[in-house]
Ligand binder design. Structure first.
Ligand code: PLP
Ligand code: SF4
Length: 357
């Protein structure tokens, strides 16, 4: 289905896929992360058992998981408190009946991805940078995901299918940064990513390679030697930037710290984007601690996103007025570099729109 003919679909069957779409070499040393992906929890009953949650949750969790599957790596589960439905990490991944309730203004493509497609899998909304939908697979299914209805199955799945996107980038000297996004680009094996990156390096006007990923948080083993080899400042002609996505300080355990340390030592600039989420991080204390923990890990807070109004996520929304009060309070407590930019994505706007000066 072509993205440019956006259908009005309340719910799409084209969900991010729980498995990487690329088959790499057989699992071996260095592929611990692929094992972690394979062993992720997908069954709501198993989630309830492991976290000692009441089985009364199950019918609703199963209904919501039919629309957008449950998918959560075990290492992330281990950071959650048991028997606590209010756990801020659990809330990000637990399917709830709330998702099935229609809410006015919440749609399948809230950020206008469809009209921004320049070539299959290549989105450009802003000047000088373009975003490559590298895969539909993720290391986790975030219940509030703004791409939960994106037609991933129509996106390219191999180097050959990326050629039109690569040609479009090569033909446009105004683009100097490519963002690998998805889905999560680091669910793709290095044997596929490296040749893609080599092609990008060969485009003379490109300067920066940015990756948007949650893997260093959810499966820190992904920051392995073979990844660093092609992504490091030394290994790549392009300046490497990695934008991770953590919403709560409890996500950032010692393994995540070690992964961030490896990236930093390889010369990768680290930034974080978070989404303001009701019941997860909508308090001054939670946002303050998130920023402090990120800075301790050498990760600069970049964006705090107002929730994109995607169908199924209305129960996560924090009103903008409340968000403004939170960010104002952060400013009184934190150094300027630790206060993320509070922004909203507005369809058709030439940048992510700041909600506070
Ligand atoms: C968010 C986004 C970017 C990145 O925006 P920055 O402000 O550069 O971080 C780029 N392209 C698309 C399509 C996006 O949605
Ligand atoms: S928010 Fe990111 S990591 Fe989470 S499901 Fe969406 S694309 Fe995947």
């Amino acid at each position: 289905m072509a993205l440019s003919t956006k259908p009005a679909r309340p719910v799409s069957p084209n969900l991010p896929q729980p498995e990487p779409v690329f088959e790499g070499p057989p699992a071996a040393a260095g592929s611990a992360w692929r094992t972690a992906l394979k062993q992720a929890v997908r069954d709501p009953a198993e989630l309830c058992r492991l976290l000692e949650l009441p089985a009364t949750l199950l019918p609703a969790a199963r209904r919501a998981a039919q629309q957008f599957g449950l998918f959560v790596p075990r290492a992330f589960l281990a950071r959650m408190r048991k028997a606590d439905l209010a756990d801020p990490l659990l809330r990000q991944v637990l399917p709830l009946d709330d998702e099935l309730r229609a809410a006015p203004g919440f749609t399948a493509d809230p950020v206008g991805d469809a009209p921004a497609e320049r070539a299959p899998g290549l989105l450009q909304k802003y000047s000088s940078r373009a975003l490559l939908i590298t895969t539909g697979a993720c290391a986790v299914h975030c219940r509030y995901c703004f791409r939960r209805h994106y037609p991933y199955s129509a996106a390219p799945h191999s180097l050959a299918e990326w050629l039109p996107a690569l040609d479009a980038i090569a033909a446009d000297p105004t683009i100097d940064e490519v963002i690998l996004s998805g889905g999560d680009p680091l669910t793709v094996v290095d044997d596929v990513l490296e040749p893609l990156v080599r092609r990008l390096e060969a485009i003379p006007h490109l300067r920066t390679l940015r990756i948007h990923t949650r893997l260093p948080i959810f499966i820190p083993e992904r920051v392995c030697d073979s990844l660093l080899a092609w992504f490091s400042a030394a290994g790549s002609r392009l300046t490497p930037i990695c934008v991770v996505h953590a919403n709560h300080a409890a996500e950032l355990d010692d393994d995540v710290a070690a992964a961030c340390d490896r990236l930093r030592r390889a010369g990768v600039v680290l930034l974080n984007q978070a989404v303001l989420l009701r019941g997860v991080n909508d308090s001054v204390a939670a946002l303050d601690e998130l920023s402090r923990r990120l800075v301790a890990l050498g990760v600069m807070p970049y964006y705090l996103h107002q929730l994109d109004r995607v169908a199924g996520a209305a129960h996560f929304e924090v009103p903008e007025a409340a968000g403004l009060r939170l960010v104002a309070a952060l400013r009184e407590r934190l150094p300027g570099y630790a206060v993320p930019r509070y922004v909203r994505e507005q369809s058709g706007a030439p940048y992510k729109v700041p909600l506070i000066d």
